[in-house]
Design a protein around this ligand. Structure first.
Ligand SMILES: [Ca+2]
Length: 381
């Protein structure tokens, strides 16, 4: 380190400093839409602490915990990147380390409505048997969470929260649609009370060209095309229930999420935050970045889900267009179910992203402290 040590600030520290000063000078309100903080439920397939699985749900949860523009009402868990019970454990552990003990975590269904996703889940479980293991070598076994899940199941929690806060809660679905669909079936009048749904999923029909590079050659084609293709197709019957519900839906498509990454240098920012929570994110997040660079030959780790949460914080990160969903086509296995035309089931879908601005926002924001309100305030009854 050259120059005067007293004046030198690491780039991460400098970014943090600027963010804090800016936030406190402006009061944090100058860029917030009028309805912030936005109440959200995060429905996630959180695989953090499982080697060779995506870490993006965990980073999305972390982003929610540090962002004053959001009010995290609770987490519900679903299958996708891992089994549902694993997502529940991983989320409870994160909240425990964050000191956010009052945020409920409600476990969801393990299985899709009617499709057999066992081959998909067993494929994921075998994934650690190969040479990828080296990236996670030496890490201690994750602790058993002290926190317990909610006594409510995920769909019951969704109904409970929406009924307590009608038209005020956005449901952020970062895995399959199973839990939300179940809530809508159990409580047929619930849809009108849901403010909005934002979902990481979908692929624009124009980009279904076989030459389009998804940059995940490690995933077998039959797994990729039938189930892993970005959440929406994991449980297509559940997705159909949600798309037919008339809830305002925004899809943060794979077209934009595959363009945003977490880099090695970003992991250093987590380490410098020096909290148990950030250490945990670093410990399990850094190997995934290394694996993505070493095995997938990517510049960093894909950050699909944080972009969905980030879009709630700043809608300007993505350019959205009105599109239609061919629900019958989706259920029937068509891959071009998201189309740029008028149709019966309209959604807003992300067609472009401000990559540089979002990536730097995410890197800086994740080093922020977990909000005090989650440490001390009891969950609103
Ligand atoms: Ca996810």
């Amino acid at each position: 380190m050259g120059g005067s040590p007293a004046l030198y600030l690491e780039p991460c520290t400098l970014n943090l400093f600027v963010q804090y000063v800016w936030y406190y000078v402006t009061g944090g309100y100058s860029v917030m839409p009028a309805d912030h903080p936005a109440n959200i439920i995060l429905d996630i397939d959180n695989a953090l602490t499982i080697p060779a699985q995506d870490t993006d749900d965990a980073m999305a949860l972390a982003l929610a915990l540090v962002s004053p523009e959001l009010e995290l009402v609770g987490c519900t868990t679903c299958a996708g990147n891992c089994r549902t019970f694993q997502s529940t454990e991983n989320s409870l552990r994160m909240l425990e380390y964050a000191g956010a003990r009052n945020i409920p975590v409600a476990g969801g269904r393990e299985a899709a409505f009617i499709r057999n996703r066992e081959p998909h889940l067993q494929y994921l479980e075998k994934k650690t048997a190969g040479r990828e293991k080296k990236y996670w070598r030496g890490l201690p076994a994750p602790t058993v969470p002290e926190l317990l899940p909610s006594s409510m199941k995920a769909h019951e929690f969704i109904i409970h929260a929406i009924r307590r806060h009608p038209r005020q809660v956005t449901i952020v679905c970062l895995g399959s649609f199973t839990n939300l669909a179940l809530a809508l079936l159990v409580d047929p009048n619930l849809a009108d009370q849901v403010k909005a749904v934002i979902h990481m999923g979908g692929v624009l029909a124009k980009d279904l060209d076989p030459d389009f590079i998804w940059q995940t050659p490690d995933i077998p084609d039959e797994i990729w095309r039938t189930t892993l293709r970005f959440n929406t197709t994991f449980d297509p019957e559940a997705s159909a229930v949600v798309f037919r519900s008339n809830i305002p839906i925004t899809l943060i498509t794979a077209n934009v999420t595959t363009r945003v990454f977490q880099y090695r240098r970003d992991m250093e920012c987590l380490l410098e935050a020096e909290t148990r929570f950030h250490d945990h994110l670093y410990r399990w997040g850094a190997p995934w970045v290394e694996w993505s660079v070493g095995e997938r030959k990517l510049p960093g780790a894909h950050m699909h889900d944080p972009l969905a949460v980030g879009t709630l914080i700043d809608p300007g990160f993505c350019r959205l267009e009105k599109m239609s969903v061919d629900v019958k086509g989706l259920v029937g296995g068509r891959s071009d179910w998201l189309q740029n035309k008028t149709g019966e089931h309209t959604v807003r879908a992300a067609v472009d992203v401000d990559v540089a601005r979002f990536e730097s926002f995410l890197a800086e924001r994740l080093a922020w402290s977990v909000l005090e309100k989650y440490r001390y305030k009891a969950f609103r009854k």
